[in-house]
Design a binder for this molecule. Structure first.
Ligand SMILES: N[C@@H](CCC(=O)N[C@@H](CS)C(=O)NCC(=O)O)C(=O)O
Length: 234
């Protein structure tokens, strides 16, 4: 029996910036994929088997295996690197060794420090509280916006140095990751970046790309049902 199902499945939710990052890589490369919803806070047993850290996203490549651990990859960075190897064009990792390393550093910075400040510091205290019928954690979010985020945005502003892209003079995994993680803030709060003009220009340009905008629209649709207007944290 033949099916039209794509080989690649991303398990998780578009609410995850890491899932949107992996989706963006697929879109950039014109690789078909589908998203299969998994609630990471109440995961089914089969998901725990393929997600040792109990995190989303996890990728399955059905052309490798349709079930079990074989053919699955946890962690967005490993997923994106796999997709790059399998579908090299257009390249999303610079060829030049130093630019390649810079792209990986920026990806890591966005996945860790930026995600802590924007995701754990702003998105979760607001959105998770609202979905539980509680008051949004605006004090925590305002503290993250005022104190946790600026040092990270300073680093990004400096490394970007007014250029259109973070590494290798072309769109790379660095640009995609920074934008997906920063947009996690935009889901729940205004994201004024006037203090970081280079980053603001980069953010505006990246947000308009379908590879960023389309997965984000899926997340926004979910969030806007509970939170029609983002908060002002300034
Ligand atoms: N380094 C991982 C991070 C994944 C991650 O933290 N995902 C969040 C959702 S955005 C998650 O699964 N959280 C579950 C939890 O906090 O229990 C990646 O890049 O995939």
């Amino acid at each position: 029996m033949t099916t039209n199902r794509p080989d690649l499945v991303l398990y998780g939710s578009p609410l995850s910036p890491f899932l949107r990052k992996a989706a963006g890589v697929c879109i950039a490369k014109g690789v078909e994929f589908e998203i299969e919803g998994v609630n990471v806070f109440a995961p089914p047993p089969w998901f725990l088997e393929i997600s040792p850290m109990k995190r989303i996203p996890v990728l399955r490549d059905r052309s490798v295996a349709e079930e079990g651990v074989a053919g699955t990859i946890p962690d967005s960075s490993a997923i994106c690197a796999y997709i790059e190897k399998k579908h090299p064009a257009p390249a999303l990792y610079p060829e030049d060794p130093m630019a390649y390393a810079e792209a990986l550093f920026i990806e890591e910075l966005a996945d860790t420090s930026l995600a802590m400040a924007g995701g754990l510091g702003i998105f979760r205290p607001i959105f998770f509280a609202i979905t539980k019928g509680e008051e949004p954690g605006l004090d925590k979010a305002r503290d993250a916006w005022a104190n946790q985020l600026p040092p990270i945005l300073d680093i990004l502003e400096k490394r970007l140095a007014g250029r259109a892209f973070f590494a290798g003079d072309a769109l790379s995994i660095a640009d995609i990751t920074v934008t997906c993680v920063l947009m996690q803030i935009s889901l729940v709060a205004e994201t004024p970046l006037a203090r970081w003009p280079g980053l603001a220009a980069h953010f505006a340009a990246m947000k308009a790309l379908p590879l960023i905008a389309n997965p984000y629209a899926g997340a926004e649709k979910i969030v806007r049902k509970a939170l029609p207007t983002p908060f002002d944290l300034t």
